[in-house]
Design a protein. Structure first.
Length: 484
């Protein structure tokens, strides 16, 4: 046919081969087969799978990188990129009052906390891992095995610093946080709460002032209040944690006895101190002889494959008391935590023996076996993938369902989001209205000694996504809108 074109018109040309490869990877990401933090097939593997050239795969990966879907990591490969959540603006740095404060908030905290786990509620308030993501069956088998193999030991009480086999496993995993420990550096406790209690008792006396992030976890404030201590709140960035310049200034004006910080994926902000700031923090406090109690219970819940290091990794003088726990990752009901008290170990051990003699042996035996056989790592990978996906979904749902002006944090790990609500929204009133609607939330005032952050709430994003969860967020957004 005269005049027929010698090649296809642009409108019907097939996409270049590298674009088709990129589309296939994009589809796997969009449908959730490849999740944030997952490693995608290597160049060599994809060449074999798709029968294409190396240059085609590299072009496809460069295209996916330019679209923000994947990222290259040196000497490691390509990974699905953890989302940056551009849907909602992020809160700015929080600036609490400068003067130390004697606490009087136990009544408010207990009023709120007592409602968070009521049966029948959609749990957005309690920061606990969902039962369906916990290795309950595997732990039951480990318990049965422990009682069968060592019946006498399993039914005994541990009068020491904890089962050595468990401390060995904890010391192995401390390497991922940059810490080189001996098993005898570790004291096993009844969860991180007892560890924090022991640490504060070991290094303070009533009337001392403790520096904390603002906002900070209400459980920390409860212990400080119970021990008769005062609080100095340090301004905190939602992404990078405590402001070191403000902190240094506070140290020059206020006699700080000790510091309690959640350095990795803090509760409630989800902030994570960069490594350089962790080193500066440790150097600053060590130079002034001020102990740092580092609550690092969320450090293992990074969305990516690499756990951030602990501030303890920069401690050369034994001034950092490093706290960890298995409650947020595998076994909240077992109440197994630990502390590496550094130079304060003798006093922490004495207090532990005085308060509770020791920790139950049967749960320590079971968890030591679970860790030794790789169960911990398997469950941790599942949690990380799920939490990264859930955080993205919840952030998107908030952007769709909450009124304009709502600000949301963008954590890269942990299990909570912090929302700054617009207008004159009162978080305590919202908490009560949400309960009436079958939803639990954590109102901002319980995270502050002065009951600040009255227009803020904390939400737990750990629960697997469902229509019920989406509906609860829509209801909550409507309640916020009515109070704006």
């Amino acid at each position: 046919m005269n005049g027929a074109p010698s090649e296809l018109s642009p409108s019907i040309q097939p996409a270049p081969l590298y674009e088709r490869v990129a589309q296939q990877i994009t589809h796997l990401i969009r449908q959730g087969t490849l999740r944030p933090g997952d490693r995608i097939p290597s160049v060599r593997k994809l060449v074999i799978q798709r029968s294409v050239s190396v240059s085609t795969v590299l072009q496809a990966y460069q295209l996916l990188e330019s679209r923000g879907l994947i990222e290259a990591r040196p000497q490691s490969g390509f990974y699905v990129r953890v989302p940056h959540w551009r849907q909602s603006p992020e809160p700015e740095m929080f600036r609490p009052a400068d003067s130390p404060k004697k606490l009087n908030m136990a009544g408010l905290v207990m009023e709120v906390v007592g409602t968070l786990n009521q049966p029948g509620l959609v749990n957005l308030g309690a920061a606990v891992p969902p039962p369906e993501l916990l290795p309950t069956r595997e732990l039951h088998r480990a318990l049965a095995g422990a009682t069968r193999r060592q019946p006498g030991l399993a039914n005994s009480c541990d009068p020491s610093i904890g089962l050595r086999a468990l401390r060995v496993e904890i010391a192995k995993r401390a390497l991922e946080a940059g810490c080189t420990l001996a098993p005898d550096d570790i004291v096993i406790t009844h969860g991180a709460t007892e560890a924090l209690h022991l640490c504060l008792r070991a290094i303070t006396k009533p009337g001392d002032t403790i520096a904390v992030e603002s906002p900070t976890y209400f459980g920390i404030l409860q212990i400080i209040e119970m021990l008769g201590l005062r609080v100095s709140e340090i301004p905190t960035y939602p992404q990078e944690g405590v402001c070191l310049d403000e902190f240094a200034g506070r140290l020059s004006r206020t006699p700080i006895r000790a510091c309690v910080l959640m350095t990795n994926f803090s509760n409630p902000l989800g902030s994570c101190l960069p490594d350089a700031k962790k080193r500066q923090l440790v150097d600053l406090l060590t130079a002034q002889g001020i102990p740092l109690i580092e609550d690092d219970i969320y450090g293992s819940l990074a969305f990516g494959p690499v756990r951030p290091v602990a501030a303890k990794s920069f401690d050369l003088e034994g001034m950092v008391l490093w706290i960890g726990s298995l409650s947020k990752t595998v076994a909240p009901g077992y109440r197994i935590g630990w502390v590496v008290p550094g130079r304060f170990k003798a006093e922490v051990h004495r207090l532990k023996h005085t308060c509770s003699i020791g920790s139950p042996m049967v749960t320590q035996l079971a968890l030591a076996d679970f860790l030794a056989t790789g169960g911990y790592e398997r469950n941790l990978r599942r949690l990380r993938r799920s939490y990264a996906q859930q955080a993205e979904r919840m952030s998107g749902s908030i952007a769709r369902n909450f009124p304009a002006g709502t600000r949301v944090t963008r954590p890269q790990g942990g299990q909570v989001l912090w929302l700054e609500l617009p207008g004159n929204v009162d978080a305590l009133e919202l908490h009560r209205a949400a309960l009436a609607a079958g939803i639990s939330i954590a109102p901002g005032p319980i995270f502050s000694p002065r009951q600040q952050y009255r227009n803020c709430i904390r939400l737990n994003f750990a629960n697997p996504w469902s229509e019920s969860l989406e509906g609860a967020l829509a209801k909550l957004g409507a309640l916020v809108d009515r109070r704006d």
